[in-house]
Design a protein around this ligand. Structure first.
Ligand code: NAP
Ligand code: COA
Length: 268
C-alpha cells in the first residue's frame, strides 16, 4: 500500500491536542487530506474553531473544542465528545506545549511549573484520558517531543525537562499498552519553519541564520515533514513500531555541524 496515494485514513478518527496552530494543526490537516475525521483541542475556543474551519474549508471533517490539557476532566470530556460524534478514536496526537527562552535564574518556580504542567502533565492527561476512548486493539498514539530532551540547550531547562519526561512516558506506555494492541511513539521535530516555537527560540534573522549554519542539513524543516512522519507512524506500514522516539530534525540533535565548530581544519 502507498500511504501517500490511497485515502488510507478514511473512516478513522484522529484526536489532536494542541491542534489550533503550527505543527499539530499541520498534522491534523494532513490526516484530514487522507480521509480521517479530526477532533482538535486547545485552550482557546476561537482559535481551535478557526483551525477546524480550515480543515472543513479544504473538504475535510473536523470539530474543535476548548480544553486546557492541564485540566484532566476537560480533556476527558473532549475525548467523549469526539467519540460521540465520530466513534472510537484510532489516533491520538499529543502536542500541546508552551515555551519561552529563559535562564534558570530568570525563571520563577511557577514559570518552570507552567511548562512542566502544559507539556508533561498535559501529555500524561491526554494519554491517560485517551485510554477509555481509543480503539483496542489498533490505536496509535504519538507525542510531540523535542531534541532538548536528550541534548540539553541553555535557557530551555523547563522545556528540556518536560520533553525528557515525555520520552520516558512514551516508552513506559509502549510497554504497558503494547499487549492491548496500542502503539505509542514520539516524534522529535528539529527547528520547523513558520512556527510559534521557532519565532520564540530564534526570534531574529541573525539568530535564524546562525542556527541554520549549525544544522547538518543546513535548513529548517517544514510542518509537512513532521505530518508525513506522523502519517507513516500511524499507518499499517509501521505496525511493528512502538516505543520509538523518532527525530525529524535535519540531524540537529547530533550536535553543532557548523564550520566554526571545527577546532582543527582538515585538509581539502
Ligand atoms: P504552537 O503553534 O504554539 O502550538 C502549540 C499548541 O498548543 C497551540 O495550538 C496552543 O493553542 C496549544 N496549547 C498551549 N497550551 C495549551 C494548553 N494548556 N492546553 C491545550 N492546548 C494548549 O507551536 P509549534 O511550534 O507548532 O509547536 C507544536 C509542538 O511541536 C510542541 O509540542 C512543540 O514543543 C513541538 N516542537 C516544535 C518545534 C518547532 O520548531 N516549532 C521543534 C521541536 C518541537 P492555544 O494557544 O489555542 O491553547
Ligand atoms: N521568561 C520567564 N518567565 C516567564 C516568561 C519568560 N519569557 N514567560 C512567562 N513566564 C512566567 C510568568 O511570569 C509566570 O510566572 P510568575 O507567576 O512567577 O510570574 C509563569 O511563567 C506563567 O505565566 P502565564 O503567562 O501565567 O502562563 P500561561 O499558562 O498563561 O501561558 C506560557 C503559558 C507562558 C507558556 C505562554 O507563553 C503560552 O501560552 N505559550 C503557548 C504557545 C507557545 O509557547 N508555543 C510554542 C510551543 S514550543
Amino acid at each position: 500500500m502507498d500511504i501517500f496515494k490511497d485515502r488510507i485514513f478514511a473512516g478513522k478518527t484522529v484526536f489532536v491536542a494542541g491542534g489550533s496552530s503550527g505543527i499539530n494543526l499541520g498534522i491534523a490537516q494532513r490526516f484530514a487530506e487522507f480521509g480521517a475525521r479530526v477532533g482538535l483541542i486547545s485552550r482557546t475556543q476561537d482559535r481551535v474553531a478557526a483551525a477546524a474551519r480550515t480543515i472543513a474549508d479544504a473538504g475535510g471533517e473536523a470539530m474543535g473544542m476548548a480544553a486546557d490539557v492541564r485540566d484532566y476532566d476537560a480533556v476527558a470530556a473532549a475525548f467523549a465528545a469526539v467519540k460521540d460524534s465520530y466513534g472510537d478514536i484510532d489516533i491520538v496526537i499529543s502536542g500541546a506545549a508552551g515555551n519561552f527562552l529563559a535562564p534558570v535564574v530568570g525563571m520563577s518556580s511557577n514559570a518552570f511549573k507552567t511548562v512542566i504542567d502544559i507539556d508533561l502533565l498535559g501529555t500524561f492527561n491526554v494519554l491517560r484520558a485517551s485510554y477509555d476512548f481509543i480503539r483496542k486493539p489498533g490505536a496509535s498514539i504519538i507525542s510531540i517531543t523535542a531534541g532538548q530532551a536528550v541534548r540539553p540547550v541553555m535557557f530551555q531547562a523547563h522545556a528540556g525537562a518536560a520533553k525528557a519526561g515525555i520520552n520516558n512516558l512514551t516508552q513506559c506506555l509502549a510497554m504497558e499498552w503494547g499487549p492491548a494492541g496500542i502503539r505509542v511513539n514520539a516524534i522529535s521535530p528539529g527547528p520547523i519553519g513558520h512556527t510559534e516555537g521557532m519565532a520564540r527560540l530564534a526570534p531574529s534573522e541573525e539568530a535564524t541564520r546562525a542556527l541554520k549554519s549549525k544544522i547538518p542539513l543546513r535548513d529548517y524543516g517544514t510542518k509537512r515533514d513532521i505530518a508525513d512522519l506522523a502519517l507513516f507512524l500511524c499507518s499499517d506500514n509501521a505496525k511493528y513500531i512502538t516505543g520509538a522516539i523518532i527525530d525529524c530534525d535535519g540531524g540537529s540533535v547530533l550536535g553543532d555541524a557548523s564550520a566554526d565548530a571545527l577546532s582543527v581544519r582538515p585538509r581539502g
